[in-house]
Design a binder for this molecule. Structure first.
Ligand SMILES: Nc1nc2c(ncn2[C@@H]2O[C@H](COP(=O)(O)OP(=O)(O)O)[C@@H](O)[C@H]2O)c(=O)[nH]1
Ligand SMILES: [Mg+2]
Length: 327
């Protein structure tokens, strides 16, 4: 391990913001020396409550994140905010509004805000986000809010890493409700209808309540997702949201689901890393190994099908790992 990585590790545990920022950049830039630090961090993470905020662009996620953060800060809690938007790289104009909004928070040493674009992240955005969550967790944040645009698979994956998933919508978003129906209903622990100052808020609230009521398989959980109306701009409803998150955290603890969720997250994290490692190792076999190249030749000559070839590669990899332990 390089001197720098070790210094950054010490710095992070001692509450040095610069160290946290530097480590996150290293994750984003695929700097391999960050891995050693991530390994050591693992034992220090696991305290933070991770809140996922998902919903379509403009629903008010960033505004809500700010409102929540203010409340947590009033309670003396440290907060990390991670904005994940694969469509908008770090310098994207879409973040300008967020930046202005978050400016008043960013001077606070107990608030750490970071935006992540899709560029660079080794093994995908989901893995990088998870690494950043772990860094902020070890850094001592009590709450980590992860804001994602609720559209694609990546976002849904990221939300899996959250203890409490908040789905944000707004009045009149008819299509949006359909989208929620299509997948997000399953992942929401709490639903928020933001911009309750607008026409149609009652209707949207009622629609959502109805959908949750009639959700297939909804009865097998003791947690009934609340639907909360908020006016994030003037802070209305934020207290209710904060309470709902606290209640959900209690529910997770008391039901034993917290342990199960953590287990699931560890498994997902491990599988994601393995995915990357195995596919990289397989690519090396196919490119560099005589046996691997022979497999490709046989496939090309239609003597071997890809499924059988994959079996052979797996066998090859497993054999090689046994022969060379510790690689
Ligand atoms: N009318 C109204 N506008 C809001 C409310 N909350 C947020 N906004 C505005 O909606 C726009 C999008 O908010 P933002 O938090 O950036 O949404 P995000 O894309 O989901 O993060 C901004 O111009 C906000 O000022 C609200 O409760 N009522
Ligand atoms: Mg935003």
């Amino acid at each position: 391990m390089t001197e720098t990585a070790s210094d950054l590790y010490e710095g992070l545990l001692n509450g040095d913001r610069r160290a946290a920022a530097r480590l996150i950049s290293m994750v984003e830039n695929q700097d391999r020396s960050v891995r050693q630090v991530l390994r050591m961090l693992h034992q220090h993470a696991g305290r933070a409550h991770v809140v996922g905020l998902t919903g379509s662009p403009g629903a008010g996620k960033s505004t809500l994140a700010c409102g929540l953060t203010k409340r947590y800060r009033d309670a003396g809690l440290a907060v990390g905010i991670i904005c994940v938007d694969p469509t908008s790289p770090f310098t994207g104009g879409a973040l300008l509004g967020d930046r202005v909004r978050m400016q008043e928070l960013s001077g606070d040493p107990d608030v750490f805000i970071r935006s992540m674009g899709s560029r660079g992240a080794l093994g995908g955005l989901s893995m990088a986000t998870n690494d950043v969550i772990n860094i902020l967790d070890a850094f001592g944040k009590d709450f980590i809010i992860v804001e994602t645009v609720g559209a694609g698979q990546v976002e849904v994956e990221i939300v899996k890493y959250a203890h409490t998933c908040v789905v944000v919508t707004m009045p009149g978003a008819g299509d949006e409700i359909q989208a929620i129906k299509a997948g997000i209903l399953e992942i929401g622990d709490i639903f928020v209808v933001n911009k309750a100052d607008r026409d149609g808020a009652h209707r949207t609230l009622a629609d959502l309540e109805m959908m949750i009521e009639t959700k297939p398989g909804g009865d097998d959980s003791a947690w009934r997702p609340p639907v909360i109306a908020t006016k994030a701009l003037d802070g209305e409803g934020i207290e209710e949201l904060e309470d709902a998150i606290a209640q959900h955290a209690d529910y997770l603890r008391e039901s034993g689901l917290l342990g199960l969720k953590t287990e699931q997250r560890m498994k997902a994290e491990l599988l994601e890393i393995l995915n990357l490692k195995v596919s990289q190792a397989a690519a090396r076999v196919l490119d560099e190994d005589e046996e691997g190249r022979e497999l490709v030749r046989r496939m090309t000559a239609r003597e071997l099908d890809p499924h059988s070839a994959a079996e052979e590669v797996m066998e090859h990899l497993l054999k090689r790992e046994v022969e060379k332990p510790g690689t």
